[in-house]
Design a binder for this molecule. Structure first.
Ligand code: GDP
Ligand code: IMO
Ligand code: MG
Length: 428
């Protein structure tokens, strides 16, 4: 099973870290690769009751024997990279081998400054970004004024690139945003301070990964963010600035689409979202508060409370379609243990009409009202179940119903945060 993609099927925080960790511990995974986003991600893994969170690093860094790769599509803050590595080392983690693409773009301190200033100026139209400089770094990349990892190894080129990047930015900062200009020399000096530690990690990761696939090695592409946060296919403009969908894996890693064997969409048994933007099944009542409390729905990176709502099968079908999912991994089924009746959104009502698929325009999506079907709850603790058959009949029924309406089979189900709290519904 050489190339496996694990990605978010909703608005993030579906449990991609757990799904990756599960695959990495049950199969022999040789490489775990991040292909988009940066340290805006927060992936939680619970091993023997101990909790770990990764942000820029793939969670495979915790898997002994696997090589971790930060591929070209990722935006890399060297400061965040080394502070994350040091944090893991301080906890006694034997961090696996790490490779970083020479073509990945750099997030420098000015990107975070600009991210925060831009958000403030948006006022009520804020995106609710993580403030980590992700959008400005990708904007520089697309504007062709980005600094890439390889540029750090030539001081003269680095100076020229930072100068070019800050030229227009400094006019904006001083004349529009009323801020101080950022000094080129200070930025260059800071970036140069990471060079010695970074150098041995840097390589042509596209070549590395294609050779690994040629040799029959198993490569796991660990998605960050999610389908509904995709800059093309998500709820634009309330999205991140990268392509977290399956297609983004190809551009983000430099591999061809024909190499991918499995595309696993991680999806929660309900829905959450952090930051601003439309969310049809969002709950503003006690059920929403309870989902948030029982599910522990607080952001891993920013500590923000996640908005909560019921499962949305329109989004699941859309994710299945846009990503060409071969299967879903359904997480957090245990969070629904106490409900007597569980609503599932099967379609939307938009301006008086029933709509089964994701509407074409954002305006329609803003107007979408969920049409619910109701399923009987199981009202017992399922966190100890280890096979599908051990689940209460109503929980089995809920999973089967979701499978029927979501557009792909459900390969596995999570019944708790622990690595072992998982059951396989269909063998892959
Ligand atoms: P990611 O960003 O997709 O990796 O997800 P996060 O780590 O941000 O959020 C998922 C949260 O749910 C983490 O706290 C996980 O430990 C937890 N989690 C994952 N799967 C399950 C599950 O099946 N049940 C429960 N109760 N928690 C889970
Ligand atoms: P993981 O990988 C949930 C959201 C932010 C904001 C929008 C844009 O843990 O699932 P950005 O800083 O990326 O420019 O913010 O995207 N966002 C996430 N929400 N999980 C994430 O990552 C996210 N990464 C970005 O909250 O709404
Ligand atoms: Mg997360």
């Amino acid at each position: 099973m050489p190339a496996i993609v694990v990605l978010g099927a909703q608005w993030g925080d579906e449990g991609k870290g757990k799904a990756t960790d599960l695959l990495a511990t049950t199969d022999t995974i040789d490489f775990v690769v991040r292909t988009s986003g940066g340290h805006n991600a927060g992936h939680t893994i619970v091993v023997n009751g101990e909790k770990f969170a990764t942000h820029l690093l793939p969670s495979g860094i915790l898997t002994p024997g696997a090589t971790s790769v930060i591929a070209n599509g990722v935006v890399v803050s060297p400061e965040a990279l080394f502070s994350e590595l040091d944090g893991l080392i301080a906890r006694g983690v034997d961090v696996a081998e790490l490779k970083v693409s020479a073509n990945a773009h750099i997030i420098a301190s000015y990107h975070a400054t600009i991210d925060k200033v831009t958000e403030r100026f948006l006022g009520k139209n804020q995106i609710g970004t993580t403030g980590r400089g992700i959008g400005p770094a990708y904007a520089d990349k697309i504007n062709r004024v980005g600094v890439r990892v390889a540029d750090l190894f030539d001081e003269k080129i680095l100076h020229e690139k930072v100068e070019a990047a800050l030229d227009v930015r400094n006019h904006l900062l001083t004349k529009i945003y009323n801020r101080r200009a950022i000094e080129v020399d200070v930025v260059v000096e800071e970036l140069l301070s990471y060079v010695d530690r970074l150098r041995p990690m840097v390589c042509d990761t596209s070549l590395l990964l294609n050779r690994a696939l040629d040799d029959g090695k198993t490569v796991l592409f660990e998605g960050a963010q999610a389908t509904m946060l995709d800059v093309d296919h998500g709820t634009y403009p309330f999205v991140t600035s990268s392509s977290p969908i399956a297609g983004g894996v190809c551009t983000g890693a430099g591999i061809g689409p024909t190499r991918i064997d499995r595309v696993i969409g991680v999806i929660k048994a309900y829905t959450t979202r952090v930051g601003a933007g439309p969310f049809p099944t969002e709950l503003f009542d006690n059920d929403g508060i309870e989902l948030q409390r029982i599910g522990g729905e607080v952001g891993v990176s920013t500590g923000r409370t996640r908005r909560c709502g019921w499962y949305d099968a329109v989004i699941a079908r859309y994710s299945s379609r846009v990503n060409g999912l071969t299967e879903f991994f359904l997480t957090k089924l245990d969070v629904l243990d106490s409900w007597e009746r569980i609503p599932v959104c099967v379609a939307y009502e938009i301006d008086g009409e029933r709509v089964e698929e994701m509407p074409m325009t954002q305006t329609e999506f803003h107007h979408a009202k969920p049409i619910y079907e109701y399923f009987d709850g199981w009202q017992e603790d399922i966190s100890g179940c280890r096979t599908f058959e051990e689940l209460p009949k109503n929980a089995q029924g809920y999973v089967k119903a979701l499978e029927e309406i979501s557009g792909a089979m459900i390969w596995g189900v999570g019944v708790g945060p622990g690595r072992e709290q998982t059951l396989v519904v269909h063998d892959a």
